[in-house]
Design a protein around this ligand. Structure first.
Ligand code: TGC
Ligand code: FAD
Length: 401
């Protein structure tokens, strides 16, 4: 497709939101304004560059400050710390629009907001909040979250990273793996066991002696996001860097509740981007002298995609209301994350087929979204682990081990 044709195509389909059940009626004017402003930014700042960054496996780090200006970091945290003080539905809508651009951009915002700013806010001292949150909110500081280890992914409770009390400081040893933004992070929220085997959270800063964060290469998924390791070799951690107000695995798990919630919304953005592009293409592309949209088999793919997107939209809308009432359970969040990510991956694969050969190119977003969603269905708890969380919730029997 020529650059000109591509530009016309992209600009027209990107402005047609998918809302088959008038879910917009359930949103406030503020929600709609926030969604429109993030969508507009994604169309201007992300869409034109993202294929190139994904192809080169580069993270568009210059977008971090723009995301900060947009208010995409910690939007549900208080204004006192430089955040927007919005509700959780607004947070979800922001994640949805960012993932319409690329899962890697939504990932950067998820990690910064839910996995770095949230624990500092919820479990940190007032000094820690004032030191880190305003800079993280502006994107002037980048954070990452270290839970997964080489030997412990789905089972973080088995972590081997250790925090030893050495009198006037702690000493940290161990390694974390698959950490989004690790190589570019100024601060890492790291989970480690103390000498009593209790999980604690510590703030590890770039430049601390014995701390390195090498980049992980060779990913065919989430290529526009940076992933790396966190390696701790006798790192001296000042006592004031421990998160004082949390002990136990529930600390990192509470952060995951917030991030998984955002992903449940984000996946709808990726799915809608694919659906909207495929609908437009199917109306324009002719075979056998007819638009391919006139063939029943292509209509089936489009109709099923729209049905699944609509169900997912209703699920997260309700989850947002529950979350704003502080009533959403972790198991409800797991169900929404699992359902919506699997839905988006399926929509990406099916809509890609509607485009035939064009669907495998970077001229259209399906292939990139599908590859990205292979990570999204794995991180923040795999598809299978979330099923087991639902099974545990409804039977009372944990089937993890
Ligand atoms: P279990 O014995 O069930 O629980 C241990 C303690 O944790 C509490 N808990 C939770 N609290 C709040 N919210 C939740 N969702 C919670 N889940 C568990 C639980 O109540 C208990 O508390 P306490 O006080 O009684 O001790 O734990 P388990 O060891 O049996 O493991 C359960 C399991 C498998 C469900 C859980 O560990 C799990 O979800 N595993 C998946 C791991 C995971 O999601 N890792 C994500 C890493 S971060 C990431 O992927 C970032 S991607 C970023 C991006 O780019 O977007
Ligand atoms: P494993 O736990 O080894 O699982 C392998 C397979 O076994 C999976 O299919 C799983 O479902 C299955 N399985 C495991 N246990 C059970 C069971 N009890 N019953 C049935 N099946 C089971 N982590 C962080 O801490 N911070 C980050 O920022 C971060 N970013 C990431 C970015 C990317 C791009 C990726 C891919 C991962 C990231 N992760 C991060 C790690 C992610 O959370 C883990 O990959 C995930 O939790 C799964 O762990 P694992 O890869 O070790 O798989």
């Amino acid at each position: 497709m020529s650059i000109f044709a591509k530009t016309i195509f992209m600009s027209s389909y990107q402005n047609t939101p998918t809302d088959y059940f008038q879910i917009d009626d359930l949103l406030t004017e503020e929600h709609k304004i926030i969604r429109a402003s993030v969508r507009d930014w994604v169309n201007r700042a992300v869409k034109p560059i993202i294929e190139d960054y994904a192809e080169k496996a580069k993270f568009p780090i210059h977008l971090m400050k723009e995301l900060g200006q947009l208010g995409a970091f910690g939007p549900y945290l208080p204004e006192k710390y430089g955040c927007a003080g919005l509700d959780h539905t607004a947070y979800g809508l922001i994640m949805q629009e960012l993932e319409r651009g690329d899962s890697g951009i939504r990932s950067a915002a998820s990690v910064q907001s839910s996995l770095v700013m949230y624990p500092i806010y919820a479990f940190g001292s007032e000094e820690q909040r004032l030191k880190y949150l305003p800079l993280l909110a502006k994107g002037e500081m980048i954070g990452c979250f270290g839970l997964t280890e080489p030997n412990h992914g789905s089972n973080p409770g088995g972590m081997e990273t250790r925090l030893r009390d050495a009198g006037d400081h702690f000493v940290l040893n161990g390694a974390k793996m698959w950490i989004t933004n690790a190589p570019v992070a100024d601060v890492a929220v790291v989970w480690a066991k103390d000498e009593d085997g209790i999980v604690r959270g510590v703030l590890v800063e770039k430049g601390m002696k014995g701390f390195t964060a090498p980049e992980t290469h060779g990913k065919w998924s989430l290529r526009a996001s940076m992933t790396g390791e966190l390696v701790f070799d006798d790192v001296n951690i000042p006592k004031e860097n421990i998160l004082p107000n949390i002990k136990g695995l529930k600390g990192p798990m509470m952060c995951l509740n917030s991030a998984r919630y955002g992903i449940a919304w984000g996946a709808i953005g990726a799915a809608s981007d694919c659906y909207e592009a495929a609908l437009k293409y199917s109306l324009e592309r002719k075979q056998f002298n007819k638009p391919i949209a006139s063939f029943q088999l292509q209509q089936k793919k489009l109709a099923e995609a729209l049905t699944e997107i609509t169900k997912a939209q209703l699920l997260v809308w309700r989850l947002g209301v529950l979350r704003d009432q502080d009533n959403a359970t972790p198991a409800q969040i797991s169900m929404a994350k699992r359902n919506n990510v699997a839905m988006a991956l399926n929509v990406a694969r099916e809509t890609r087929q509607i485009l035939g050969a064009m669907g495998i190119t970077g001229d259209f977003p399906m292939m990139r979204h599908a590859m990205n969603l292979e990570s999204v269905i794995t991180y923040e708890g795999t598809h299978d682990v979330h099923l087991l969380i639902t099974g545990h919730d409804i039977t009372g029997i944990a089937a993890f081990a």
